[in-house]
Every structure is written in C-alpha cells, then in structure tokens.
Design a protein around this ligand. Structure first.
Ligand code: PPY
Length: 297
C-alpha cells in the first residue's frame, strides 16, 4: 500500500500514481503527517508527499513532519507541472467563497483578482479537500487539480489556470530506513540538521560541500520551535551517499552539527545540474583504502 496526501484528486495522488507498482493500492490521508505516520507504523510501504513548489517554495507541513517522529528516507522524486481547474457545483449561484490549499491560492492570485474579485478566499488542507467541501455546500468554488473532476461531480469554470506558466511541484516518496536506492549518476541527497550556535557555523557546513565540489540544490530553514532564533536547515545536494565525496561531506556535516538526520539519496526527477567530477574522489578513496590495507604509499 502506498499512502499519499489526499483526499482523492490531489496533485499528490497524480505523483503517487507515477510511483506505484501496478499491484500497489493507493491510500489517501487528509494530511501530510498522517500519510507519513502510516508509513512509520508500517501500515503502508511508502508515502508520497509534496515537498516544494517553484512559485511558493517549501511545504512547511512536510518539512516539520520529517523531523518529528521516527526517521523516514526518500527513495524517489517526481516533479509535476501544476495548472489548476476552478470547479463549482453545477447550477450553483454567484461565487462568494473560493477555497484551496494555500500553495494553490498563492499561484492563482492574479486570476482570482481578475475573475472573482469579490470572492472570499479560504484555505483548506488540500486542493481536493476544497473540491469536496464545494460538493458539500461549504464553499462556492474550489481551485483544484484537473483530475479532481473525475472524483467529484462538479462543473468546470476554468481550466489551465496559473499566474506563472511552467509552475512545478516536487514530490518525494518516503519509506522506512533500509538499503538505499542504487546510485544512478543523477542523484540527490537530502539532510536536515541543526548547526552549532557559534559564529561561522553555517559557513562551515557549506564549506564541507564546496570543498568537495558538491552542488547545493536547496537550503531552507525552519524554526526548531524550541527557542526563538534557533533553526533547522534542510539541505539538498547533488550526489548519492554511496559516492566517496558525498559520504565524506555527510561525515563533515555530522561533525559540525548538533543534530543531523539523513533524509535519503534518490534519483533526480529531472537530471541535469552541475557535473559531479566524481572520478578523482573515487580514485582518491581507493588510494586511501590501499594505504589502510598496506597495499600502497
Ligand atoms: O492539495 C494538493 O492537491 C496537493 O497535492 C498539494 C499541492 C497544492 C498546490 C500545488 C501543488 C500541490
């Protein structure tokens, strides 16, 4: 079974369908933490959740849920283009309220200002929770994933709605810790860490990557919630933990951090980025291994 952030008809369901094997049953959960908890408890093999969006940035619910509770590791990534459909009850009256996930609302602000300027905008837990609520008569319109009309008998007011063309959302598939996916040469590694409280601590973390020619693809901070001014850093970098230079960098981060949690090494959905130049690191690691075995100098 594969858990996903639902209910049925979310963008996350679309991403989960791309990850699932033909036999795997997809199970919706109303929140990101609930989907992850089901996987932590072993009730589902994996959980698909949204991580970030090219317009609105990180999904805070996902970031927080990854640091709370037992560790989970990402094993696969998907990036989906995001365009919205605006749905309403068939034959409904004027649209006075419009609902959706905050990330969706942030991506259709201009459209709403132009087409529904007087509608009150309401945040819901997901885009399809909004569609479901419209069906129940709680709101007049929902900004949803195009697949939502397959699940909810609503009327399509508009399709292809997006203030920013080419907006994309990134999703990850999490499992309980186990053997890592094989390196493909186009991988990403994610960690979350708390740097020591001293001058230059963050610079030291970044230097561990820079020294080894490792490309940082994302750094994001969230409050630890314990103390004002204390943050966790979510770091994505190019490369796989099995590669010597990435392994060394992770060890370096571990030395500099108060806490560090590995969040996975997995193939990138969109290969590209800075070429790794791995060969020199592999040969250097081999040389050190030889020295340790008494085979060289
Ligand atoms: O609510 C959904 O459909 C999601 O899967 C989260 C989301 C919200 C907005 C854009 C992309 C994903």
């Amino acid at each position: 079974m594969l858990a996903y952030f639902g209910p049925r008809g979310t963008f996350t369901e679309q991403a989960a369908r791309g990850f699932a094997t033909p036999q795997q049953e997809l199970v919706p959960f109303d929140t990101v933490p609930a989907a992850l908890t089901a996987t932590r408890r072993g009730e589902t093999e994996a959980a698909c959740v949204p991580v970030e969006n090219s317009v609105e940035g990180a999904v805070p619910a996902t970031m927080d849920a990854l640091t709370e509770g037992e560790p989970l590791v990402a094993v696969a990534e998907a990036v989906l283009p995001v365009r919205f459909s605006v749905l309403r009850r068939p034959g409904g009256g004027p649209v006075r309220t419009v609902a959706s996930h905050p990330h969706a609302l942030a991506q259709v602000r201009h459209w709403l200002a132009e087409h529904l300027p007087d509608a009150e905008v309401v945040a819901t837990t997901s885009t399809s929770a909004a569609a479901r609520a419209v069906l129940n008569g709680d709101f007049d319109a929902a900004v949803s994933a195009p697949v939502a009309v397959r699940h909810y008998p609503l009327e399509v007011m508009a399709t292809d709605v997006a203030d920013v063309r080419d907006a994309k959302t990134r999703f990850l598939l999490f499992r309980r810790p186990g053997p890592l996916p094989e390196p493909t040469g186009h991988d990403r590694t994610s960690v979350v860490c708390t740097a020591a409280d001293r001058v230059g601590a963050l610079a030291d973390l970044l230097a561990e990557l820079a020294l080894r020619g490792i490309n940082l693809t994302r750094i994001e901070s969230r409050p630890t919630k314990d103390r004002l001014g204390e943050y966790r850093f979510y770091i994505d970098l190019d490369g796989h933990a099995a590669e010597p230079r990435v392994g060394d960098a992770l060890a370096g981060l571990h030395r500099h951090c108060q806490h560090i949690r590995f969040l996975g090494s997995y193939p990138k959905a969109e290969p590209g980025g800075v070429p790794a130049g791995n060969d020199a690191f592999v040969s250097a690691a081999g040389w050190v291994a030889d020295i340790r075995e008494g085979r060289g100098a």
